[in-house]
Each structure stands twice: as C-alpha cells, then as structure tokens.
Design a protein around this ligand. Structure first.
Ligand code: S3P
Length: 182
C-alpha cells in the first residue's frame, strides 16, 4: 500500500465529531505519513483558540485562515490531514483537496450527537438548539461530503483501527483509474 499510494496525501472530511483526527493519526502511523489537523494549525498560526477566532473574526475570518492553511499543506507529500467539518464549503478548497485522496467519514447524526454532548469547543454548536443546528449543518453539507473519493460508513461501535483499515482497503480502487492510463 505504501508503494501504491506513492506519497499522495489523504484528506479526511466529515462532520465535527466524526473522528477525523483519531482515525487520521492511525492512518498516518500505518502509512508512515505525517499527520496534521487543520484546526490545530489555524490555532497555532493565529495564536488563538478556534472559539476565539470565531468570536473575533467571525466564521468568514476563520474560513479564510482555513483556506490559507490548506493551500500551504497541499504542496507537501506523505501527509494525512484531518480537516475541519466546514472545509468542504468553499469551492476553492476542493482544488486543493483533489490533489490528494478525499476520505469522508460518514457518521450518523445520533452518533455525532452522543459524541458532541457537552462540547464547548465548537462555536457553531453554541446555539439555543445545538442538535437542530447540527442537523441543518449536516443537511447543507451532505452533497459536498459526497464529492469525496472514498466514503466510509461509520457505526457507533467501529474502532479507529478498523476504520483506518477500511480506508486503506478502499484506496486501491480510487487509484486504479489513474494507474490504468499509465
Ligand atoms: C467546524 C468544525 C470544526 C472547526 C470549526 C468549524 C465546522 O472542526 O473547524 O469549529 O464548520 O463544522 P472539527 O470538524 O474538527 O470539529
């Protein structure tokens, strides 16, 4: 697999609470890749937490930083990148994501809800009706996540190791059309 994938980056997309960072770290270990989380990089660059950035610069300011971080990661190889749940919203981000393999961790709403219960770190859920908000974000984004190259259906019981294996098993199918042309 390590030879087959030839250093192509993996970008994990999906809703908040989908487990992108946890699964991403396992994938990076399996592939001998480096792991990055766009939210961590944004917080480092800004010298502020994600809620602080949202409070001071709004969602648009945050999305600008997200776009900047993604553009700077894109030229590198051998990366697994866990992205923020809303990275799929800007069309320009897809031009970067499609340099690599985009993997969608598709997690049912009730599982996301259970995982995000009591979470204070996601500004978009600081809403009088957080679960209504989560549902509407998912509804708005489903067609965007569906543009991923690989879709992994995640159950409540699936372990990060199992999910990482599912991703690794799916990758050759995605690489096949490209190598067929060589
Ligand atoms: C967001 C998801 C968060 C973070 C920010 C916005 C979103 O990342 O980027 O709070 O729009 O879904 P995670 O998906 O890692 O929670």
């Amino acid at each position: 697999m390590v030879q087959l994938i030839k250093g192509i980056n993996l970008y994990l997309v999906g809703m908040m609470g989908a487990g992108k960072s946890t699964v991403g770290r396992v994938l990076a270990r399996e592939l001998g890749y480096r792991f990055f989380d766009t939210d961590d990089l944004i917080a480092q660059i800004a010298g502020k937490s994600i809620p602080e950035i949202f409070a001071e610069a709004g969602e648009d300011g945050f999305r600008d930083l997200e776009n900047q971080v993604l553009s700077q990661l894109c030229p590198y190889k051998n990366l697994v990148v866990a992205t923020g749940g809303g990275i799929v919203l800007r069309r320009e981000n897809w031009s970067y994501l499609h340099h690599g393999i985009v993997v969608w961790l598709d997690v049912p709403l009730d599982v996301l809800q259970a995982r995000l219960q009591g979470d204070g770190t996601r500004p978009l859920l600081q809403d009088p009706d957080p679960w209504g908000k989560l549902r509407s974000l998912l509804d708005q984004r489903l067609h965007l996540y569906a543009q991923a190259d690989v879709k992994i259906k995640v159950s409540a019981e699936a372990t990060p190791e199992h999910l990482a294996q599912q991703v690794l098993t799916a990758i050759p199918q995605v690489l096949k059309p490209a190598t067929d042309h060589i």
